[in-house]
Design a protein around this ligand. Structure first.
Ligand SMILES: Nc1ncnc2c1ncn2[C@@H]1O[C@H](COP(=O)(O)OP(=O)(O)OP(=O)(O)O)[C@@H](O)[C@H]1O
Length: 237
């Protein structure tokens, strides 16, 4: 691991039970930077995020984190049950459990962070609403507020802007810019070419293999030669 690395993955093979998804992935994620993870559907992007979050344990290879503490992990909004009878404020407050533990009372300081994260994502007016009554875009912003409330050194986001309108996408891009400026390392999975191009670093996956990594302009510039019998082009993002 070098000074500028937030995370180093070496030869990571991982999946679900007997199903192998990621194969021999070696990558360096730069510190205090935004990394975009791109690739076609089913290429293993969410699985890679799960490995970085520590929820999926590699069967081979290593993941070396360059920081202490749990990463903030914001799953795809569809992964959150509609049935949870929980308010927006409580959802964001769950972000503080990582440092307090779920059975400890949150302090005034914790609640101040919760309020400021809701304000940053423009969901304060929804604070008392149940998560299940929100639109997809509103729910996405609440989940991001929960991730920020963890005050993590590493923030992992699975398709944070999918399905959002242009104004909401721009708002979230601004939030991520501010987090990066505060020194947070951000990794986000995206199918949005513009968002990927705006990142500092890019990982391109195809069929569970890392096909390219580096500056988005070079990773996304050209069509790559066929990998594993499948060619990749921008149109597959
Ligand atoms: N919980 C699971 N159990 C078994 N297989 C899974 C599970 N989650 C994902 N997979 C499989 O792993 C492969 C990679 O899925 P993953 O969600 O990582 O891809 P992705 O690149 O994020 O796709 P998308 O762009 O569609 O979100 C797919 O073939 C998928 O069916």
């Amino acid at each position: 691991m070098e000074f500028g690395d937030a995370v180093v993955l070496s030869g990571v093979t991982a999946g679900y039970g007997r199903r192998t998804v990621l194969r021999d992935v070696s990558a360096r994620l730069p510190r205090r930077a935004v990394t975009a993870v791109v690739g076609p559907n089913g290429s293993g992007k969410s699985t890679l995020l799960g490995v970085l979050a520590g929820t999926i344990r590699p069967v081979r290879g290593t993941v070396e984190p360059g920081g202490a503490g749990r990463p903030g992990y914001v799953v795809q909004r569809d992964a959150v049950s509609d049935a949870l009878p929980i308010t927006v404020r409580d959802t964001v407050a769950m972000g503080r459990w990582a440092s307090r533990g779920p059975w400890r009372r949150l302090t005034a300081h914790d609640w101040a962070i919760v309020e400021s994260c809701m304000a940053e994502l423009d969901v304060s007016a929804l604070a008392a609403r149940r998560l299940s009554t929100l639109s997809g875009g509103q729910r996405q912003r609440v989940l991001l507020a929960q991730g920020l409330a963890q005050e993590p050194w590493l923030l992992l986001l699975d398709e944070p802007t999918t399905g959002l309108d242009a104004a909401a996408r721009q708002h979230i891009a601004g939030v991520l810019d501010r987090e990066r400026a505060r020194g947070v390392t951000i990794v986000h999975v995206t199918h949005d070419l513009g968002a990927a191009m705006a990142a500092d670093h890019c990982l391109l996956l195809d069929e569970g293999r890392l096909v390219a990594q580096g500056l988005p302009t070079s990773v996304l510039a050209a069509e790559t030669p066929p990998v594993g019998g499948v060619g990749w082009s921008r149109s597959m993002l």
